[in-house]
Design a protein around this ligand. Structure first.
Ligand code: PEP
Ligand code: MN
Length: 296
């Protein structure tokens, strides 16, 4: 599944990188915006996308039920981790190849493409067999060996922002992918570490608006990891779309209280359907409780 490689310093459009320009390939090119296709789903076009699914693929029923439910509510891509980056080695690590197979089966049952995380260079080939999009997790954003290999994979990449990464570092990681020949990169803001520990992370919404100005790549937001709290996912998603995000990626589980990872930040099927209802009427839902004061 690996591309033979492209001429160094050129991007997919055949443009040569200009020496001295720090991020020549990811930087904005006039009004041009890149649309990344995940199978038949465009990200970065005129419509915002919702990606949804469990943090981890746990079982056949769990992932198929979730795929059907999120598709029914309007999700266009299924997410699900088979290789999980866990802080403790004693926590659930994912089902590996078995998880990839189940994710693919669930995506096919619902008729939507699938995205899953790649943690190691060794797993790229097998993940490419089953997934439509490869996710680089926050912990691996600066794994340059992994990025170089993914630059040659024939699949789009979802590049999450590292929890302590600056915008420049995040875009530089994307530059590795484009420089190596993969133009199909979607950026994902998933919250950063700050002094405030009220929430799992701090959702950096201004960075989303900033990155939309700085790059032609699509940008989405992960309100689940950004907040760590189920009750805030809908509000954070609305806010993300309001600042110009091209979509959101949300964790959904049939029984969040029984999830093997990230249950506190996962919506159940009803919660997800309700959130989708709010997102479908964004202007009304953003202003439903308040109108702007008017000077008279
Ligand atoms: C995930 O998407 O489940 C995940 C581990 O995300 P992040 O890399 O943003 O922590
Ligand atoms: Mn998770």
């Amino acid at each position: 599944m690996l591309d033979a490689g492209r001429e160094n310093l050129s991007n997919g459009a055949g443009m040569r990188a200009q020496p001295g320009q720090a991020l020549p390939l990811v930087s904005t090119r006039g009004n041009e915006r890149t649309v990344v296709w995940v199978a038949d789903v465009p990200i970065g076009g005129t419509q915002a996308v919702v990606i949804a699914g469990p943090c981890s693929v746990e079982s056949r029923d769990q992932v198929i039920d979730t795929a059907l439910a999120v598709k029914e509510s309007g999700a266009v891509i299924l997410r699900g981790g088979a290789y999980k980056p866990r802080t403790s080695p004693y926590d659930f690590q994912g089902l590996g190849v078995e998880g990839l197979k189940l994710l693919r089966e669930a995506g096919d049952a619902a008729g939507i493409p699938v995205v899953t995380e790649v943690m190691s260079e060794d797993d790229i080939a097998v993940i490419c067999e089953y997934a439509d999009m490869l996710q680089v997790g926050a912990r691996n954003m600066q794994n340059f060996a992994l990025l170089r290999k993914l630059a040659r994979a024939r699949k789009p990449v979802l590049l999450k922002r590292g929890a302590s990464a600056t915008v420049k570092e995040w875009l530089s990681a994307a530059e590795y992918l484009l420089e190596g020949g993969n133009e199909n990169v979607v950026l994902c803001e998933r919250g950063i570490k700050t002094f405030d520990h009220s929430l799992r992370n701090t959702l950096d919404l201004a960075a989303v608006a900033l990155v939309k100005e700085m790059t032609h790549l699509p940008v989405i937001v992960d309100p689940s990891h950004a907040t760590g709290q189920r009750s805030l996912i809908s509000a954070a998603s609305k806010a993300a779309l309001a600042v110009g995000a091209d979509g959101v990626i949300v964790e959904v589980h049939p029984q969040p209280e029984r999830a093997l990872s990230d249950g506190d930040q996962s919506l159940d099927f009803c919660g997800f359907a309700e959130m989708m209802g709010h997102l479908r009427t964004p202007v009304r839902s953003i202003f439903e409780t308040r109108e702007l004061a008017v000077c008279i």
